[in-house]
Design a binder for this molecule. Structure first.
Ligand code: TPP
Ligand code: MG
Length: 673
């Protein structure tokens, strides 16, 4: 349909949609940067979605049973900012749009979930939004089963572009959603045939409809500019018993001279182009000005869900006090009081029984006691359940017949799993954790980075955390992965040494409201290193004195995880020779860095020589504790990896790569001179 007939046939709709288009043009012009074409092309779809389908209340954008809207094509951020402004979201007055992409604003270049209540997820890295949406839909199914449809019953809508569908992670997401029959998930594809380099056909000829259908989705098509057709497609999609995909045929940068070209993708800032486009729209108002009738129409859309929200509140109020408290605690991401108690009991028992177990097994032992008292956990693994030790007895499996199951078989989809876990965490009400091999952090990395940026407290259970995994060889042996995880802001990287530290790490991770955790866990059995019970969570300080020097302190050995055992044995040998040696266990560098200077100095006093021991590359943050913080050049050493590992039994590898008690003792003596 051309613009003239659209205007003539749907004049009210046309004006509402043009409000989005012109706000986009004005904001992008003001910022002199941004992406105009996508909001201009998808304005009709978004208008129909907000007007007729999306269950939301602009006055309370974060009520728990709202429909979730995810703009996977995050570069089109002006679409969501326009919608929020027009519907009357208090966080988006017109000044925010005038300050698009400026310091301190809520209208960042790409939508950021931590800047505004109504923005469900950060998007911008293409493909992440659609993959997170699968997590939102899993969360909705799981919570609806637990709480009943009176409390949780909503859809998750996604707008995805060609880019989102080309990114590999979308395939992982589509497969997962299809298998789990996530019928409340509706993806609207901005089928404009254009990306930055030109036509989609330059690089792709995928039949998207066939692709989604092949993974178990219902598929629909519509003219993405005809409101009646869009409404029909959305209505049909909602009725589907499968996840639904709607191919919306659109024109990028509709109505401008850049329409249907890659020029339309980016910032349309040319004054004449903007004036001509507005003329074509029949829009005769100054920049950022919306006529009163259009404003009122949009405000009515913004408040149309208020009744529904109030009805929900009444239903919620009718729940028993204990149920209400549970719901509120879980949605506030607060750990139950019982968590500390079960962790303490586990630690005490660990010291008494001193089991020699791998920390991946220790992690399972912890989850066995945590999962029953923390029913909001939703575990999973990317096809390594038996290796990651992520599934405990009581969980049950999440699938279309058992939505109450608390374990997700994510399949061999590390990236999709991580993104889905982000969605689950951001939905609220559940705490996702999921496992793979530490080495495949790489496969999950883009979503792990987003967990950190978005303040999503996801727990990554990364087992087989070093050459200690042995025979599988260097493809599977992480050496640089601790470094990249530690380099990521707002991420806690735990490398516990035994069952006690593993329990402490889980307690911290599951008490965190806004920081993801990476659990680096060993495949191989480890000697318990915590010999006495203390109810205090020592790992919460990041590092602590595990064993102190008896003679005059000359050496400090700092180690993490599986290498703490080496440090303890090296200390024994050095002490036997009269060389006073302290062992510092450092399960979490980030938390140690957060301690005050007095504590850090107490643990790492200046003077003694220092040796760091970790079966990974030194780049993983070691210089700060060895050279810095009053360490001294020439009086420090690092025992770890300098290259890739190899395939052999673990003990042989440790010997060959020189990560041994003997090497530590020799190094200490050499440094002492
Ligand atoms: C992972 C990732 N790679 C690259 C980019 C840069 N980028 C932003 S938009 C875009 C093109 C997207 O095409 P499409 O989804 O069709 O958007 P449209 O041009 O139709 O608005 C690219 C390559 C990105 N944001 N994320
Ligand atoms: Mg496109």
């Amino acid at each position: 349909m051309d613009i003239a007939s659209l205007r003539a046939q749907h004049p009210d709709h046309w004006k509402k949609a043009c409000a989005i288009r012109t706000l986009t043009l004005d904001a992008v012009a003001a910022a002199n940067s941004g992406h105009s074409g996508m909001p201009m092309g998808m304005a009709d779809v978004a208008t129909v979605l907000y007007e007729k389908h999306l269950n939301f209340d602009a006055s309370q954008p974060d009520w728990p049973n709202r429909d979730r809207f995810i703009l996977s094509a995050g570069h089109g951020s002006m679409l969501i900012y326009s919608l929020l402004h027009l519907t009357g979201d208090a966080e988006f007055p017109i000044e925010q749009l005038k300050n698009f992409r400026q310091w301190g604003g809520k209208t960042a270049g790409h939508p950021e979930n931590f800047l505004a209540k109504a923005i469900e997820t950060t998007t911008g890295p293409l493909g992440q939004g659609i993959a997170m949406a699968v997590g939102f839909a899993i969360a909705e199914e799981s919570l609806r089963a637990r709480w009943g449809a009176k409390i949780i019953d909503h859809h998750t809508y996604v707008i995805a572009g060609d880019g989102c569908l080309m990114e590999g992670v979308s395939q992982e997401a589509i497969g997962l959603a299809g298998r789990h029959e996530l019928s409340r998930l509706i993806v609207m594809w901005d089928n404009n045939g254009i990306t930055i380099d030109g036509k989609v056909s330059l690089s792709d000829r995928t039949d998207q409809i066939a692709r989604f259908a092949a993974s178990g989705w219902d598929t629909f098509e519509c003219d993405g500019h005809d409101p009646a057709d869009i409404d029909r497609a959305l209505t049909e999609a909602k009725a589907s018993a499968k996840p639904a995909f709607i191919a919306c045929k659109t024109h990028i940068a509709l109505g401008s001279s850049a329409q249907d070209t890659s020029k339309g993708h980016g910032a349309l800032t040319d004054a004449k182009l903007i004036a001509d486009t507005k003329a074509a729209y029949g829009w005769d108002y100054p920049a950022f000005e919306i006529p009163q009738d259009v404003q009122s129409a949009w405000k009515a859309i913004g408040s149309r869900g208020a009744e529904t929200r109030k009805e929900w509140e009444a239903r919620f109020a009718a729940l028993s006090d204990s149920k209400k408290q549970l719901f509120q605690r879980q949605f506030a991401c607060e750990a139950p009081a019982k968590l500390a108690a079960v962790i303490r009991a586990m630690k005490k028992q660990a010291v008494e029984t001193a089991p020699k177990v791998a920390t991946r097994r220790a992690s399972e032992m912890v989850l066995e006691v945590v999962n029953p008292v923390m029913t909001e956990t939703l575990g999973g693994s990317a096809d390594l359940t038996g290796s990651n030790n992520t599934k405990t007895a009581d969980l049950g499996v999440f699938d279309p017949i058992n939505r109450k199951g608390r374990y997700v078989y994510y399949g061999i989809r590390e990236h999709g799993m991580a993104a889905a876990m982000n969605g689950i965490a951001l939905h609220g009400g559940l705490r996702p954790y999921g496992g793979t091999f530490m080495c495949f952090t790489d496969y999950a990395r883009p979503a792990m980075r987003l967990s950190a940026l978005m303040h999503a407290p996801v727990v990554y259970v990364m087992t087989h955390d070093s050459i200690g995994l042995g025979e599988d060889g260097p493809t599977h042996q992480p050496v640089e992965h601790l470094a990249i995880s530690r380099a990521t802001p707002n991420t806690m990287v735990f490398r516990p040494a035994d069952l006690v530290e593993t329990a402490e790490a889980w307690e911290i991770a599951l008490s965190s409201k806004a920081t993801p955790s990476v659990m680096a866990l060993s495949r191989q059995n480890l000697m318990p290193v915590r010999k006495t019970h203390t109810s205090k969570n020592l790992s919460a300080q990041g590092a602590y004195v595990l064993e102190d020097a008896t003679a005059k302190r000359q050496v400090i050995l700092i180690a993490t995880g599986s290498e703490v055992e080496i440090a303890v044995k090296a200390r024994e040998a050095l002490e036997a020779e009269g060389i006073g040696t302290r062992v510092v266990s450092m399960p979490c560098m980030e938390l140690f860095a957060q301690q005050d200077e007095a504590y850090r100095r107490k643990v790492l006093p200046a003077g003694p020589v220092r040796i760091g021991i970790e079966a990974a590359v030194r780049l993983g943050g070691w210089d700060r504790w060895l050279l810095g913080e009053r360490g001294r050049e020439g009086k420090e050493a690092f025992i770890g990896m300098t290259g890739f590992g190899a395939s052999a039994p673990a003990e042989r590898l440790y010997a060959e790569f020189g990560i041994t008690v003997e090497a530590t003792v020799a190094k200490a003596k050499a440094l002492l001179g």
